[in-house]
Design a binder for this molecule. Sequence first.
Ligand code: ADP
Length: 152
Amino acid sequence: MNRKALFPGSFDPFTKGHEAIVHKSLTLFDEVIIGIGFNASKTYYFPIEKRIEHIKSLFKNTPGVRVLTYSKLTVEFAKENNAFHIIRGLRDGKDFDYEKSIALMNKDLNEQIETVFLLTDNIYGAINSTIVREIHKNEGGIEKFVTNSHLL
Ligand code: ADP
């Protein structure tokens, strides 16, 4: 059986924390789809084309990883792709409270789809896309937090 999971997010940008979650997911699933959620009413900092190119570069030699974009309900996108698990990463209790609500509501929307939480490793626990964006806006280096950051 091909065990497939969806790792959804805005990934603006995709950090070393996200990267580590994908590698952990590959120990549990045969295939991981990284789904870049795209909401027309939201503004993003890094252009979508750059985010796709960046994420693809990180996994070009990793079998079992696919990078796709979507702009619909996450559970719908998961179902369409036969992914019955959604992966979310947790850094702390604040992430957990937020993620728990999303997971429970997603469960109400589609009871076949289970959310799996993976705890971040200590070294990535402070990495946050919002702060990475602020550093980049202020012309600081983000390479400590983002692999292949030159592609963004
Ligand atoms: P969203 O916009 O859906 O919250 P993000 O791109 O911010 O998406 O994050 C996607 C997922 O990755 C979320 O589950 C988030 O909690 C998790 N995440 C974010 N940063 C880290 C990190 N440093 N380590 C592990 N997981 C993380």
